[in-house]
Design a protein around this ligand. Structure first.
Ligand code: NAD
Ligand code: WQD
Length: 341
């Protein structure tokens, strides 16, 4: 029988791409999402891609009783991929308690149910934000974590610690934290992708919305960083590559290949690109005449980060495959599809 995977936050950006990869590998998927940052229509588009409509439950995972009820209704879950969380860095500074309650509360409710309902495996969405600005680049899994810059970043560090401690206390529970670098791009079908509410904070959605005519001009935050062209450097990972890393992590747990019952991996490409390099690449790939200007640094931004992916590549047998060019092309194809261009 197909293994059944609970995907929390499965109608969201990374979750929806992971649902597609799981279904294509024959997993039976159940999504839980309260639609606080995604739309129900995503289910139609997942079905268009895979031919399968995933089971869907709409509730808030930070509600303990509702989470418990879910596991009574679905007694055969084999593993969980936990994406559901609030993720806006700036908003988390304004509303810290909402972020702590949602992100840590949901994780704790799920961990408790894993014990109670004998669901042994969880993959968790962590972030390279836990490294802050590292002294040595690229960052390995051994690079020390830094004190978080925002409540959002802090929820990721605390959630990692909660999993570590819970796994120590409960031998039967396995957790893998994946520390994503900067996920960008969309499914090659252009049927699912990132759909930010309001003005995008992240670089690539701002670029594609500017290219589509929704925004006047891109502001490049800072041209005086200690980098070759003065703009900040990140490790941009294609969202489909990232989704595949989750399937690999699930297989690792289901096949009993883990080396400890709490593990964590960097999930990036291993290459850093500057904002200016990315903008130029977008213009070249799409032929769009993107308007941009150089402005002051954005508060709280780090200068440069990219991943050392050696450990993850060797242990998981996973590697990012898509080029920056095809990833930017996919982001643009998605934006055009959304806007009917
Ligand atoms: P997203 O907002 O698109 O998806 C998250 C989904 O979770 C949304 O559909 C939202 O409705 C749902 N959700 C939130 N709180 C919930 C709750 N209490 N109960 C039920 N559903 C709830 O975000 P994403 O970009 O797909 O990110 C997924 C995960 O990856 C998050 O944990 C995020 O912090 C993490 N992450 C994202 C990035 C990034 O740049 N996108 C980078 C590193 C880590
Ligand atoms: C990338 C680069 C900006 C917008 C954030 C979170 C992080 C993680 C991923 C979840 C930076 C520059 C951006 C714009 C710009 N999320 N930029 N003009 O800041 O690396 O990471 O998302 O865990 O926690 O902090 O991503 O896409 O916002 O920015 O010049 O309009 O693009 O300054 O150098 P960031 P980003």
């Amino acid at each position: 029988m197909a293994k059944q995977i609970l995907v929390t936050g499965g109608t969201g950006y990374i979750g929806s791409h992971t649902v597609v990869e799981l279904q294509e590998k024959g997993f039976d998927v159940v999504i839980v999402d309260n639609l606080s940052n995604s739309k129900i229509e995503v289910l139609d588009n997942i079905e268009k891609i895979t031919g399968i409509r995933p089971a869907f439950e709409n509730f808030d995972l930070s509600e303990r009783e509702l989470t418990d009820n879910f596991f009574q209704k679905y007694p055969n879950i084999d593993a969980i991929i936990h994406f559901a969380a609030y993720k806006a860095v700036g908003e988390s500074v304004q509303k810290p308690l909402e972020y702590y309650r949602n992100n840590m509360g949901s994780l704790m409710n799920l961990l408790e149910c894993m014990n109670k309902y004998k669901v042994p495996h969880m993959v968790f969405s962590s972030s390279c934000t836990v490294y802050g600005q590292p002294e040595v680049l690229p960052v390995t899994e051994q690079t020390p974590r830094k004190e978080a810059e925002s409540p959002y970043g802090n929820t990721k560090a605390i959630c990692e610690d909660i999993m570590r401690d819970y796994c120590k206390a409960n031998e039967a529970i396995n957790c893998i934290a994946l520390r994503y670098f900067n996920p960008i791009g969309a499914h090659p079908s252009a049927l699912i992708g990132e759909l930010p509410v309001g003005v995008p904070n992240n670089l690539v959605p701002f670029i594609t919305q500017t290219a589509a005519g929704l925004r006047e001009e891109l502001s490049i935050f800072g041209d005086d960083y200690d980098t070759e062209d003065g703009t900040a450097i990140r490790d941009y990972i294609n969202v489909v590559d990232l989704a595949k890393a989750h399937v690999v992590a699930i297989d690792r747990m289901l096949n009993g290949q883990t080396k400890a019952n709490y593990e964590y991996f960097n999930v990036g490409t291993g290459s850093g690109y500057s904002v200016m390099q990315l903008v130029k690449s977008f213009i070249e790939v799409t032929g769009v005449d993107l308007k941009y200007k150089l402005v002051d640094r954005r508060a709280g931004d780090i200068e440069k980060i990219w991943a050392d992916t050696t450990y993850g590549n060797n242990e998981l047998g996973w590697k990012a495959e898509k080029t920056l060019e095809e990833t930017l092309a996919s982001a643009w194809a998605w934006e055009k599809n959304v806007r009917g261009l």
